[in-house]
Write a protein that binds this ligand. Sequence first.
Ligand SMILES: CSC[C@H]1O[C@@H](n2cnc3c(O)ncnc32)[C@H](O)[C@@H]1O
Ligand code: ZN
Length: 429
Amino acid sequence: MMKKLIKGATILTMTSNEPFVGDILIDGDLISDIQTVITTEVDEVIFAEGKAALPGLINAHQHTPMSLLRGFSDDLKLMDWLNKKMLPAEARMTPEDIYWGAKLAMAEMIKSGTTAFADMYIHMNEIAAAIEEVGMRASLTRGLVFLENDGGRRMSEALDLIHRWSGKAEGLITTMIGPHSPYTVPPQPFTEIIALAEQENIAIHTHLAETKEEVSKIREKYNQTPTEYLYHLGMFEKAHVLLAHSVHVNRRDIGYLKGMRGGVSHNPVSNLKLGCGIAPIMEMIEQGITVGIGTDGAGSAATLDMFAEIRAATWLQKLDYGDPTKLPAFDVLRMATVGSAQLLNIGHEVGTLEIGKKADMILIDLRKPHLQPIHNIHSLLAYCANGSDVDTTIVNGKVLMKDRQLLTIDEDELFKQVTIRSKRIVDGI
Ligand SMILES: CSC[C@H]1O[C@@H](n2cnc3c(O)ncnc32)[C@H](O)[C@@H]1O
Ligand SMILES: [Zn+2]
């Protein structure tokens, strides 16, 4: 087993609000010791004086290949954006496009401090293959839309993903089942998916209550809110559920979510940019619902920088309540680490820096004008840091970025592929 020693970092374990200067010993894929000073024989020392070490950020909701569609269609309403632009573009994507789009997203995530993500898309074998090469941690879901008559094929692809890839890539890949949303999956297939999830102990990843239009549509069809629709199908009692968005949930809806396994991925930048609204995450937290943070795809969020999401999440709550004490720095950082890890159902393995946990962590160089002086390091990270301040990213004990150089992705080849493929996909749409 390769041993690595992170030396002299300012360590933020995310288990407590008290940073301290010390060393972290990584043995293979695990954190084997954290102490003020560790003296032992190792294969590699990573000197980290002046750097903060914290758990890798976890992006709880993503559509990685949509990075190929970044900037192609902005400033539209969600349904126009989705139906007129994204779906036609996605229909033109080849499996190879998906592979390169996922790699582009992973390059951006590693460079901005994300070590794990939850993904919902199509052609998942290609995304899984890219993950195996790159070495990130991910929960993969084949998105299921039942508007046409090929739901059967999609379902078989979803099951194939689960059977073929769960636990693969040295345990980096886990899987979920992904009914896209209440407005794209009718009651019968939704019921079947929930029954399967319960029987086979598979977690569910879905979108919920992203726009007012969605609420009106579901009210018209079923005389229910989107949350009531899923509640009456039994979803929240039968499976671990990762809910993306949950912007338009009222007090009664939050009551239905209470006690659920899993929780809500808050995607504040996407919600802001698409003008969706502000998710009532403080009320959810008060009811004991776990909230994590995600970006959504780069086609809507524009970037995959979790530091931007962290900042937007806390600012939105302060603004919404007219109260700057809401969602303080430490709490919002925990959301993007501990909270998201719970949503991905990997909270026992990652999300904090603790002995026995997987070695997923990042180092942030604090010797920058916008990160000085250091009165409160959690404040600096929540309010002042950017993804580009991350200089080292480690997943499962393996260094994926050192001194801002990606070690498992060839960036020149990536940019060449992305340029050609992204042009071909959107040409004429
Ligand atoms: C069938 S794979 C996933 C599917 O979801 C679409 N998508 C991306 N972002 C959003 C969003 O914010 N709301 C709803 N659907 C979204 C994506 O384009 C894929 O088709
Ligand atoms: Zn989404």
